[in-house]
Ligand binder design. Structure first.
Ligand code: GAR
Length: 207
């Protein structure tokens, strides 16, 4: 079976993208392989390390900044077209800090996953780590889920747990979450690609 085609969307340092690239590189091609390959990396801004990582790996990139379009709907259409041009089987939001619109979801719903730095449904949104600390939670972690029309509300595929240390700062906690997150994302993407999956209501089963 041909490797699944992945388009990865990033907004920042792209360490989750790098973990995917490294895992794919570490596997042989063919039936014993990872089961997926990154065919393009998209971003909502220029000049980020995530794009540099893609360029270094020789992977095509595209950039769709929200501000370059007159309306959010036009941005949504442009992001959808730029992503669709690479004919992905799966789209991975790996630190992509924008909420996609209805056109993107119509096209890629059910094959668009996101990784979030908290144990959903707790602490959705752009500040999952900060919000868990401010709440006084004792454990947090990361969640890989399918994206639906809400903010971090789609069906959960897998989660990783991280204990919060007394007095811990946001940056240090986020780094420890990301260590767990990278392993989880690589594992989930590989299993989805190799085994296939079913989404029934909120339940995701990897076959
Ligand atoms: C990750 O922790 C990801 O969960 C988070 O951004 C980080 C990206 O790291 N995403 C969100 O907060 C989305 N709401 P990376 O650029 O090093 O992969």
């Amino acid at each position: 079976m041909a490797a699944s085609r992945l388009v990865v969307l990033v907004s920042g340092s792209g360490t989750n993208l790098q973990a995917l690239l490294d895992a794919i590189d570490a596997h042989p091609e063919g039936p014993e392989g990872f089961g997926a390959r990154v065919v393009a990396v998209g971003a909502d801004r220029d000049g980020i390390v995530g794009l540099e990582r893609a360029e270094k790996a020789g992977i095509p990139t595209f950039v769709c900044p929200v501000k370059a379009y007159a309306t959010r709907a036009e941005w949504d259409a442009a992001l959808t077209a730029a992503t669709a041009a690479h004919e992905p089987d799966l789209v991975v939001s790996a630190g992509f800090m924008k909420i996609v619109g209805p056109e993107f979801l119509d096209r890629f719903g059910g094959r668009f996953i996101n990784t979030h730095p908290a144990l959903l449904p707790a602490f959705p949104g752009a500040h999952g780590v900060r919000d868990a600390l401010a709440y006084g939670a004792k454990v947090t972690g990361c969640t890989v889920h399918f994206v639906d029309g809400g903010v971090d509300t789609g069906p959960i595929i897998a989660q990783g747990v991280v204990e919060i240390r007394d007095g811990e700062e946001e940056a240090a906690l986020h780094e420890r979450i990301k260590e767990v997150e990278r392993t989880l994302l690589v594992d989930v993407v590989g299993r989805l690609a190799r085994h296939g999956y079913r989404i029934e209501g909120r339940k995701v089963t990897i076959q």
